[in-house]
Design a protein around this ligand. Sequence first.
Ligand SMILES: C[S@@+](CC[C@H](N)C(=O)[O-])C[C@H]1O[C@@H](n2cnc3c(N)ncnc32)[C@H](O)[C@@H]1O
Length: 161
Amino acid sequence: MRLSKRLKEICDMVPSCDTLTDIGTDHAFVPITAVSRGKAKRGRACDIEKGPLERAKANVKKEGLAGRIECLLSDGLSSVDVSCDDVIVITGMGGENIRDIIDASLQKAENAKALVLGPQRHPERLLSFLLENGFEIDEERELIDREKNYILIRTHFGGLK
Ligand SMILES: C[S@@+](CC[C@H](N)C(=O)[O-])C[C@H]1O[C@@H](n2cnc3c(N)ncnc32)[C@H](O)[C@@H]1O
């Protein structure tokens, strides 16, 4: 499995955790990498579409991780529970979509140890939502991969709104 520079940076920003939940997983490369490198004990690969979820399942099986990574059809965080030692990853979609996914399950996002977010458009709208809702920005990375600019954000809920 060859990771792009962007996916490598995303995996690098994930802190060690119990369960890594990847929302909009598509290929499931992020939970596969985190679990196989020992950063996460378990993974959840979630997607709203059946096609990407089948791709995720096939890759998880190919890597021999079907016992440790659950593949779930889920709109955002609606089908999962999140505990305080879990990390949520939402990358590869627009900042407004990421904001709406977090807003729809705000308490779950607040519970997480960290969220690693990769808004492809309108990062400023996601950042202002996070700051207005008591999240602290722990790290921001900017990178260029295949001539495209990306921003990655690691955040956690700081307890004050
Ligand atoms: C471009 S792919 C990104 C894949 C991977 N996260 C990455 O960064 O390379 C976006 C994926 O997000 C999924 N998606 C979009 N909205 C979603 C939602 N509300 N809940 C779960 N998945 C969603 C799409 O079906 C698609 O598979």
